[in-house]
Design a protein around this ligand. Structure first.
Ligand SMILES: C[S@@+](CC[C@H](N)C(=O)[O-])C[C@H]1O[C@@H](n2cnc3c(N)ncnc32)[C@H](O)[C@@H]1O
Length: 456
């Protein structure tokens, strides 16, 4: 039994009444682990065939599977191909039970390290826009890496506060996910550090949570929905926050979340959902969906995100003005013709997703895809670009089995011996899924894998 704060246990007794004993017992039991197929790259069924340690599906997310606590899926080369994301099973309910559809404009306001954003990315299927944000610059870097690894092409990754985001995106989004910073009570079993910071976070979080909802309300289109979630049990960070918000905003209503698989309603808020560890295989979570009343103007037909062409920022170039080095690289090595809104700045080529102006100083970590850079008259593709391609997009590919020692060497940054291969650029893949590229010369493959992503 962990050293749980006495006040926390007292509050849980009041909250759960007869169920408290069952709840308390879960602290002596093992936590559950799960992962989610990245359906931008692989179907859930095909992933199950490739990973023989997967167990039963996570019932509230159609991409999720449980796996055994002794497995280390992050060590597999298939993970480095962006085929799955390891995520706490209850956390999968947030996007799993939402109705995000291709073409929507979605904001993930508190997104790092990106578990929900990756899930939103797969639901959008590359259509529409994902604006994904975290206020912490260090955590936003982890978010950037995950968006790159999982091959999400339609994301604008930002590192801003809610005030500045709302000034730039009034009445803009179809869905806003507020996976709010919280006191983390639901994760005490998983992460004991949260117990240490609990006294502080439980006092500070409600003010931030209500402000995040206030700003989200202003960024939402009429008919749009806010998906509010926390991983804490406390009513003061869940139902109380929602009630406070609804009292101030009569133009919002609660949307009912279906209660299957052990999910239960909120306290005096049947429409919301509570996930308790004594009712299901996962940690503690709260989830609530609120809708802005009014004419439904979602999924309006303008291409992607563009508000008006007048607001389009400057500096875009057409395909025919792309640097010769890129066009030569594409012609020689790829089977694709890249189209889009391009920028070429400081020898770096970008294919952007969000083309409107944002206020000066707005912190953008990535807008769409960083394609690569021109270095000494050669085009060097970026890791992100590679992760957005399929192995069939490369003219030449070297493929390895998941258990081959060569793919591990590649992921560690080593040069590979490749007898019988002609010189030139190669996509490098595992079981047919790209992990990177290399340049062959004299039967050796110079490693092009991102140095910062190397397997240790
Ligand atoms: C529960 S975690 C998010 C987990 C994430 N949604 C996921 O699924 O991987 C909450 C995040 O909120 C961020 N945060 C805290 N205050 C914020 C604010 N005012 N605006 C945006 N993000 C904030 C924290 O840095 C933290 O990364």
């Amino acid at each position: 039994m962990k050293d749980l704060p006495v006040i926390f246990l007292e509050e849980m007794k009041t909250l759960l009444k007869d169920d408290f004993a069952k709840f308390e017992k879960t602290y002596e039991e093992n936590k559950y682990l799960a992962l989610r197929a990245n359906t931008l790259k692989i179907s859930k069924e095909m992933l199950k065939e490739k990973l023989n340690f997967l167990k039963e599906p996570v019932p509230w997310n159609d991409e999720g599977y449980y796996f055994d606590i002794n497995e280390r899926p992050a060590k597999s080369p298939l993970y480095h191909a962006g085929l799955y994301y390891i995520q706490e099973p209850s956390a999968m309910a947030v996007i799993g039970l939402s109705d995000i559809k291709p073409g929507m404009k979605v904001l993930d306001l508190c997104a790092a390290p990106g578990g929900k954003s990756i899930n939103i990315g797969s639901k959008l299927k590359g259509e529409g826009l994902l604006v994904t944000n975290d206020i912490s610059s260090t955590r936003a870097k982890a978010l950037l890496k995950n968006i790159e690894l999982f091959g999400i092409s339609n994301a604008l990754i930002i590192n801003e506060n809610q005030e500045k985001i709302y000034r730039n995106f009034p009445d803009f989004f179809d869905r806003i996910v507020v996976d709010a910073p919280c006191s983390g009570e639901g994760m005490f079993r998983k992460d004991e550090d949260l117990i240490k910071s609990w006294e502080k976070t439980r006092c500070e979080c409600p003010d931030i949570q209500i402000d995040l909802l206030e700003k989200s309300a202003k960024m939402l289109k009429s008919g749009g929905r806010i998906i509010y979630s926390t991983c804490t049990f406390s009513r003061s960070e869940n139902e109380d926050i929602i009630n406070l918000f609804l009292q101030k905003h009569s133009n919002f209503r609660l949307v009912n979340i279906s209660k299957n698989y052990g999910l239960v309603g909120g306290f005096n808020m049947e429409e919301a959902a509570r996930l308790f560890p004594h009712n299901l295989k996962g940690e503690g979570h709260f989830l609530c969906i609120i809708e802005k009343k009014g004419k439904n103007i979602l999924l309006n037909k303008e291409p992607n995100n563009k508000k008006t062409s007048k607001n389009k920022s400057e500096g875009y170039i057409s395909r025919k003005s792309l640097p010769k080095e890129y066009l030569d690289f594409e012609k020689e090595n790829l089977n694709i013709v890249l189209e889009g809104d391009f920028k070429f700045e400081n020898n770096r080529l970008y294919k952007e997703i969000f083309t409107d102006n944002l206020e000066k100083g707005f912190k953008i970590l990535r807008n769409g895809i960083f394609v690569g850079e021109v270095k000494v008259k050669n085009f060097v593709p970026s890791q992100q670009f590679i992760m957005n391609l399929k192995s069939t997009d490369f003219k030449k590919v070297i493929d390895f089995e998941n258990d081959s020692s060569e793919i591990i060497k590649y992921l560690k940054g080593e040069t590979l011996n490749i007898p019988g291969h002609e010189d030139g650029f190669y996509g490098v893949s595992v079981c047919g899924f790209l992990v990177g590229y290399g340049k062959a010369s004299n039967e050796k493959l110079k490693n092009g894998y991102n140095k910062n992503w190397r397997m240790l």
